[in-house]
Design a protein around this ligand. Structure first.
Ligand code: FES
Ligand SMILES: [Fe+2]
Length: 390
């Protein structure tokens, strides 16, 4: 944990290319006050070299959400994840602590998968084993018992920084990164009413094929409060960005903030997702401990680059985002797959809970069906010679 992580990847990946240098120079020259110059250059969405740069400079130095504590609830549990292309294992050791370990075997570099419950981490190539804290525990045919003991003292899987935030597990490859919590401080007041009841996760399934667009297209769509009344006709009208005397409100961005947060009013309190989209007759019951404002409004929080939240009167719905290429993004939530809900135990215990989940999934998929074509259009247009400049 204390040892610096040495970057041994090929120099071609570690070195900044002329393409990246040109794009960074173009970004630096943009006039942020000009509406037409607020877009990032097209190459930031289309150039594989820029994607590699982001992996190194953004995803390797930022807190990345990889899942929830419920997915590693008991000692011996393991969750496989990926951060900046690095395979990672989140483990819970017998003392109850969580660990973020590199999944790269320290013998010859094979990738170690999560084991069956109760088994140690075991490399599939020569069966070296590691405990849940990453220490080598066995190395078959590697010499005498003393030889193996000496190896066990020396060898362990590199451990990465891990921080919990309201049950979300975040990992950072940068040993010197600033702590996560302060960058999300403005969201704290929104959690109080949920946590007075207590929430449990129904984790999302991750999409098994990547969505064919850049991760920034994905999060820009999420945080664009302008499009719902045009793209989401029939599914989002209940929670409009424009309403007489009311409408969307963005919170202020302060230095060090890493959350873009907005809220929209609902036409009647305690609405939520139903099978047709947002509506008054929400499939999950409202959470009584929320303050009045959170019964009236839905809050959308974008925590770039790996997590989005929708804080509704009845649930916190979340999406995990994992970029896989310049136009390839895995995502998991009720929009894309299923799940991604934090719910009170009283909701999960309802006899018709599965039917309610299906309704929410159907509503989410209807909204998503409207987003897919516009996201495809936004990604395709990045290759156009007529794209607005800057
Ligand atoms: S590479 Fe893992 S045991 Fe040999
Ligand atoms: Fe949308």
């Amino acid at each position: 944990m204390d040892q610096p992580i040495v970057d041994r990847r090929p120099a071609a990946i570690r070195t900044r290319s002329p393409v990246v240098e040109a794009l960074l120079a173009e970004i630096a020259s943009l006039d942020a006050a000009s509406v037409s110059e607020r877009m990032m250059p097209a190459g930031c969405y289309t150039e594989p070299e820029f994607f590699a740069f982001e992996q190194k400079e953004v995803f390797s130095r930022t807190w990345i959400c990889v899942g929830r504590v419920e997915e590693v609830a008991a000692p011996g549990d393991c969750l496989a994840a990926e951060v900046a292309g690095e395979p990672i294992l989140i483990t819970r050791s017998p003392d109850g602590a969580l660990h973020a370990l590199s999944a790269i075997c320290q013998h010859r570099g094979e990738i170690i998968p999560c084991p069956q419950k109760g088994k140690p981490l075991r490399c599939p190539l020569h069966f070296w084993t590691y405990d849940m804290e990453g220490r080598l525990s066995g190395a078959p045919r590697m010499g005498s018992a003393d030889d193996v003991l000496a190896l066990r003292r020396q060898v362990r899987l590199p451990e990465l920084r891990l921080e919990l935030w309201h049950g979300f597990i975040f990992v950072n490859l940068d040993a010197h990164a600033a702590p996560l919590g302060p960058s999300l401080a403005k969201l704290e007041p929104l959690w109080t009413g949920y946590e007075a009841t207590g929430l449990e996760a129904v984790p999302p399934a991750m999409s098994d094929t990547p969505l064919p667009w850049n991760w920034k297209v994905h999060v820009e769509n999420f945080t664009d409060a302008y499009h719902p009344e045009f793209v989401h006709i029939g599914t989002h009208d209940f929670a409009p960005s424009v309403l007489a005397g009311d409408g969307v409100r963005f919170t202020e961005m302060l230095p060090g903030d890493n959350a873009i947060v907005r809220s929209v009013p609902m036409r009647t309190p305690d609405g939520g997702m139903m099978k047709d989209g947002w509506g008054a007759d929400a499939a999950f019951p409202p959470i009584a401990t929320l303050p009045a404002e959170q019964h009236q409004r839905i809050y959308f929080a974008m925590l770039p680059p790996s997590l989005t939240l929708m804080l509704a009167p009845n649930t916190v719905a979340y999406t995990l985002i994992r970029p896989a290429g310049v136009a390839a993004t895995f995502a998991g939530s009720d929009r894309v797959t299923y799940g991604g809900w934090l719910l009170p135990r009283s909701t999960i215990d309802l006899p018709d809970f599965i039917d309610r989940c299906k309704a929410v999934r159907e509503g989410g998929s209807r909204i998503w069906a409207q987003d897919v074509p516009v996201n495809l259009g936004m990604q395709a247009a990045k290759s156009s010679r007529f794209l607005p400049s800057g």
